[in-house]
Design a protein around this ligand. Structure first.
Ligand code: NAD
Length: 491
């Protein structure tokens, strides 16, 4: 489609697809319809192609703001953002051109189409991805995402970020990511098990305990990891079976998972917030925070901050946004979300719209949902001192510029949410050594590792006089560059 209100020299084509499906996808990927309503927005339109399906209110006879169009324009930018961050680091430190050439490409991009029998007896063919960005530092490592917005660009972006993250935290892993394009809400648990197992089978030897190790991400959890583990172990030779438990991390404890893995990403976020607060005269007792995304990362970060006596003022997830100036109990909300699937309808807080959520005055904002949530428009609304990025890529390039101009501090994603992969590494080590570590040991080592990375980022930020995101990329790229220079390029 070409948008009707665009001047001919600025046309954007979008492949014709089922609009309902497309809208649903964008709804998941970019936030609720109406996101940009009333907010600074560059493209105006009179006749959105969604017409009656478009849920935006249309002022009588007036021109209204089209979120759909903007969302379509922004869709493929996730990978571009990742490459722009690399470019930005390279402007500050002249990293070797040849090494950057290697790092701007992903090593392997695996796309599998696999059939699964559904509960009505019919067969559905699904599409799954595994992108292996780089393994110079160790086996490929990264989560699996089950989401309608999953596509090759998103997975490439997330795989690349994993390489930066493992390099930054000094973990002997490379970077990968994978997923299936689907909405888990549309399938029964039995169907999800069959989909997961068949996807694992389709990936075959492309994953493996010392080659590429998946973990949970959006809409995947310990149960999904257990199904992958069992499928993988069942398809190797019987005498290999018990040498493969570490083919995934984030498993249930009984199946070889680690103490503290489930909360690890949120715990890492909170260790960093504690450190930042101690350095910026912010007393966490009584400090206020808002959270976007109340799944694994968001709900754990919220619950752990509660232990400091901080007050949760507003939460947003895919079902809506809720707010209570007196405070929301994160444990109570987590129990509600567990039962009802989202924050919508939570009676102990008021429903609010997206813009109100973003504009809530608080000390800390923890984005813990999807990419590209902090844009130039939403960054202008924020009323916080610190953003602790629990999600991967929550801030786009324009949003970042606004945050820097407004002097809002950011603990960037590749540092802030690295607690997950750090404890995944501990789980992998425990499996390889047939050991079981106590929770205290896991937490102690996580804190030590993540705070050491924080110090490295601080040093780079001070040395090069750059923002923390650029500094984090400089630290990661420096390590990768050193390794490539030491080893050379074969042959
Ligand atoms: P999850 O599936 O447990 O939770 C995702 C949350 O995001 C849900 O509450 C969902 O409702 C919400 N959400 C989805 N779309 C939204 C939208 N458009 N607007 C507002 N909220 C929306 O996933 P998770 O594991 O908590 O992952 C969240 C983020 O953290 C992702 O970016 C993921 O890549 C990143 N991350 C996760 C881990 C981990 O260990 N799970 C580790 C590092 C980074």
């Amino acid at each position: 489609m070409t948008h009707p209100d665009q001047k001919s020299n600025n046309r954007v084509s979008v492949e014709p697809v089922d609009r309902r499906k497309e809208w649903k996808l964008l709804y998941h990927q970019q936030g609720r319809p109406g996101l940009e309503e009333g907010i600074k927005f560059k493209g105006l339109c009179r006749h959105c192609e969604l017409q009656d399906m478009c849920p935006l209110p249309k002022p009588e006879g007036g021109i209204w703001r089209c979120t759909y169009y903007r969302a379509v324009q922004k869709r493929s930018n996730v990978y571009d953002n990742v490459l722009k961050q690399l470019e930005r680091a390279k402007e500050v430190v002249p990293f070797d051109d040849d090494i950057c050439k290697i790092l701007t490409e992903t090593m392997n991009e695996i796309i599998v189409h696999f059939p699964v029998k559904m509960k009505d007896g019919r067969v559905k063919v699904l599409t799954g991805y595994r992108v292996q960005h780089n393994n110079a530092l160790g086996p490929f490592k990264g989560g699996l995402r089950f989401h309608p917005g999953v596509d090759i660009d998103e997975i490439k972006a997330l795989a690349t970020m994993m390489t930066w993250k493992t390099a930054l935290t000094n973990i002997p892993f490379g970077g990968a990511k994978g997923g299936i394009q689907l909405d888990p809400a549309e399938y029964t648990s039995e169907e999800m098990e069959r989909i997961t197992r068949r996807f694992t089978y389709a990936l075959g030897d492309n994953i493996g305990p010392d080659y590429d190790i998946p973990a949970p991400d959006v809409n995947t959890n310990a149960q999904i990891m257990a199904w992958i583990q069992d499928t993988y172990m069942s398809t190797v030779a019987p005498n290999e079976r018990n040498r493969c438990a570490h083919v995934v991390t984030g498993k249930p404890i009984e199946s070889g998972g680690s103490q503290g893995r489930e909360k690890a990403t949120g715990q890492g976020v909170v260790f960093l917030i504690e450190k930042w607060a101690s350095e910026h005269s912010l007393d966490l007792k009584g400090a206020t925070y808002i959270v976007q995304g109340f799944g694994n990362v968001g709900s754990w970060a919220a619950r752990l901050l509660k232990r400091h006596g901080s007050r949760l003022l507003a939460v947003e997830d895919v079902t809506g946004s809720v707010s209570n100036p007196k405070g929301i109990d994160p444990d109570d909300l987590a129990a509600y979300v567990n039962e009802h699937g989202g924050v919508r309808g939570y009676a102990k807080a008021e429903p609010v719209d997206h813009a109100t959520f973003f504009g809530t005055e608080a000390d800390i904002f923890i984005p813990a949902a999807l990419e590209n949530q902090i844009t130039d428009a939403t960054a202008e609304l924020l009323n916080v001192r610190l953003i602790a990025e629990g999600a991967n890529g929550p801030t786009d390039t324009e949003g970042d510029r606004v945050l820097q101009r407004r002097k809002i501090a950011v603990i960037p994603d590749i540092l802030c949410n690295s607690g997950g992969v750090i404890v995944s590494y501990f789980e992998w080590l425990q499996n390889k050594r047939s050991e079981f570590w106590e929770l205290e040991e896991v937490d102690f080592k996580l804190k030590k590792t993540i705070l050491a990375a924080y110090e490295r980022v601080r040093e780079a930020a001070e040395k090069y006089k750059v923002d923390w995101r650029t500094a984090a990329h400089i630290v990661a790229l420096s390590r990768l560059e050193t390794v490539y220079k030491e080893r050379g390029i074969f042959p």
